[in-house]
Design a protein around this ligand. Structure first.
Ligand code: ZN
Ligand code: ZN
Length: 605
């Protein structure tokens, strides 16, 4: 199993561990220390040896920050985790506060006094993050101080070792572009940005640039590493040599120098000492790197990680791979949905049994490398918790005459999937079906949309909400995120959200996932992945147009569709989608699923 359902909540350690940390504060004459959830790569998942926040506080959520002062300590979390943090942390040790609004810098500004020195590990924070803290506490007369050795590491006696998963090559027929060609494109981008070199700190950027994958963190096939790209020289890949077989090392050595991660700073010093201009992303790179470039006499060029956009525009081979992954995953979903329809009405299932059955269906493909995230398996009211993660403590029976929400995905070597279906168990109420249909109208509106070249996420987000807005309803999350190609299930820079201004370009993969949540009762979300395509300009039209092709192939729950609320065009879209699902995955499903699938994909009318 790739998913565990343990709560791993143990608030009992917090008190002793914070006491150890405070002794370190004393010894180093610091008034406080910042403990983020992030590691030096700022990714969504961190390996066990970097779970400092969880070790210190007990809190295991995917985003958070602790601040430990001499006499106060706080865990700051976002809205998803306000209940979980109270379960996992000792209230005698920790206060709780918001990670978003007001921001953590405001909490710290109100807590510090004149002359206070607040320590931070410069490898775990970005330049932009640290500058926000520094500005906020300056009026109080306090300062931020980078510390050489992390205070948590100094007191973490049984800290696990760093992961050493073997690196594998992503075959050219799946990557679609040789490493040399990618590196040449990136070198040209550096020259255009007037940079001599760039330091890459995001492992998914490095994995894309060098056509490699790994297994250092859960759910994302990443080899943790750093790299330096150069405008006019060979790049260097900084990776623990124990992760490389001789064959992989030989292949990589054809394109790059290979060095141990411990050599990164020496290489940065050499570049900076020669007066080079070094591109560093202030939103994703550790502040330690920019500081080091400046200290060694180089110039920092602040700019976006140069890999993000090229990685986001999937090439023909990557798109062929993702389509194959979606057919395979769709067939596994259909097998699961048919099973769910047989079993759920019996009243025996619980959320863990459902998530386990779905993982088994994906594993039966023989090609599942990992889940792309922990499955969100929510019965009734748990479906209304947007980022719900089922544990043995929260596990709920699948309620009859209610809805079941399941959001899940698979990592296959040819593609990453992410799909949400909301399912009726027994007889749904009229309100449930009405809300489902409004969400579906939003999902269809995005799926069918044609838009001029240059359009971005903030322009189209409202199309997913319009049907709900007409009824005075809405949802409090973005409509879609970028998705990688056997990489991160959440990747930038493109998104469908009120804030995203990155223009859509052909080949970009996005999720399309409007929702509706009724706290204490039920949640609805319908999610397909889509890819940006060129679209024909209609006769008489003037603008070059783009549109979306739907990648996800699994039936929608027709029992929840209120046809009277749909336009003819929406009904046609659903019928055409279901006909395509039947055509593409019908031949791939298990024998006992065939009849179920045919009924699920029949025309609505
Ligand atoms: Zn999802
Ligand atoms: Zn998603």
């Amino acid at each position: 199993m790739f998913q565990s359902f343990d709560t791993s909540a143990n608030p009992a350690f917090g008190s002793a561990r914070v006491a150890l940390l405070r002794a370190e504060l004393q010894a180093r004459e610091l008034a406080g220390f910042l403990i983020p959830r992030a590691d030096e790569h700022q990714g969504e998942y961190v390996p066990p040896h970097a779970e400092r926040l969880a070790w210190l506080t007990g809190f295991t959520g995917s985003a958070g920050l602790a601040i430990v002062l001499r006499h106060r300590a706080v865990v700051l979390v976002d809205g998803r985790y306000v209940l979980q943090v109270r379960d996992q942390c000792d209230p005698a040790v920790f206060e709780y506060a918001s990670l978003i609004e007001p921001p953590p810098s405001a909490w710290l500004a109100a807590a510090v006094g004149a002359g206070d020195r607040i320590g931070y590990d410069p490898w775990l924070h970005t330049a932009n993050e640290i500058s926000r803290f520094a500005k906020a506490i300056e009026p109080a007369g306090a300062v931020l101080v980078p510390v050489e050795a992390n205070l948590v590491d100094a007191v973490w006696a049984d800290r696990p070792p760093a992961p050493l998963a073997a690196v594998e090559l992503q075959p050219l027929e799946l990557a679609g572009e040789p490493v040399d060609a990618k590196l040449a494109r990136l070198a040209a981008a550096l020259r255009a940005a007037k940079a001599d070199a760039a330091v890459l700190t995001q492992p998914d950027s490095i994995a894309w640039a060098f056509n490699i994958r790994g297994a250092d963190v859960p759910h994302t096939p990443l080899p943790l590493s750093f790299a330096i790209l150069a405008a006019d020289a060979r790049p260097t890949l900084f990776i623990d040599g124990r992760k490389l077989s001789n064959a992989v090392r030989a292949e990589l050595a054809a394109h790059a120098d290979i060095a141990e991660p411990g050599r990164l700073l020496a290489s940065v010093d050499a570049l900076a000492g020669a007066g080079k201009a070094v591109l560093i992303d202030p939103d994703t790179a550790a502040i330690a790197l920019a500081e080091r470039v400046r200290a060694s006499g180089g110039t920092v060029v602040e700019g976006k990680d140069p890999v993000m956009l090229p990685k986001a525009r999937k090439n023909a081979a990557e798109l062929a791979g993702t389509r194959a992954a979606h057919r395979r995953d769709g067939a596994a979903m259909a097998n699961f949905l048919a099973w769910f329809d047989r079993e759920a009405p019996k009243g025996e299932l619980d959320e863990i049994a459902v998530a386990t059955a779905l993982e088994r269906c994906r594993a039966a493909t023989g090609e599942l490398r990992d889940l792309s995230f922990d499955t969100i398996s929510g019965a009734g009211p748990n479906g209304a918790i947007i980022h719900y993660r089922v544990s043995t403590a929260s596990n709920r029976k699948v309620d009859r005459d209610n809805l079941f929400l399941i959001d899940s995905g698979g990592q296959y070597q040819d593609g990453t999937t992410d799909i949400t279906r909301t399912l009726a168990v027994g007889t749904p109420t009229a309100a449930m079906a009405r809300h489902y249909t409004l969400v579906l109208k939003g999902m269809i509106a995005i799926s069918r949309l044609k838009f001029p070249k240059g359009t971005h996420g903030a322009h189209i987000d409202a199309f997913a909400r319009a049907a709900m807005w007409a009824e005075g309803l809405d949802y409090d999350h973005g409509t879609g995120h970028g998705v990688g190609s056997f990489l991160s299930v959440h990747e930038g820079p493109q998104r469908i959200s009120k804030l995203s201004t990155v223009p859509f370009e052909p080949g970009m993969i996005l999720s399309n996932e409007p929702g509706y949540y009724r706290p204490g009762e039920y949640g609805i979300r319908i999610e397909n992945l889509i890819v940006v395509t060129e679209a024909a300009t209609p006769p008489g039209g003037e603008r070059p147009m783009h549109g979306f092709e739907t990648l996800t192939l699994a039936p929608l729950d027709r029992r929840l569709i209120v046809a009277a609320l749909l336009t003819r065009a929406e009904v046609d879209w659903i019928d055409a989608y279901h006909a395509r699902v039947q055509r593409e995955i019908g031949p791939l499903v298990a024998a006992e699923t065939a009849n179920w699938l045919a009924a699920a994909c029949a025309p609505l009318a």
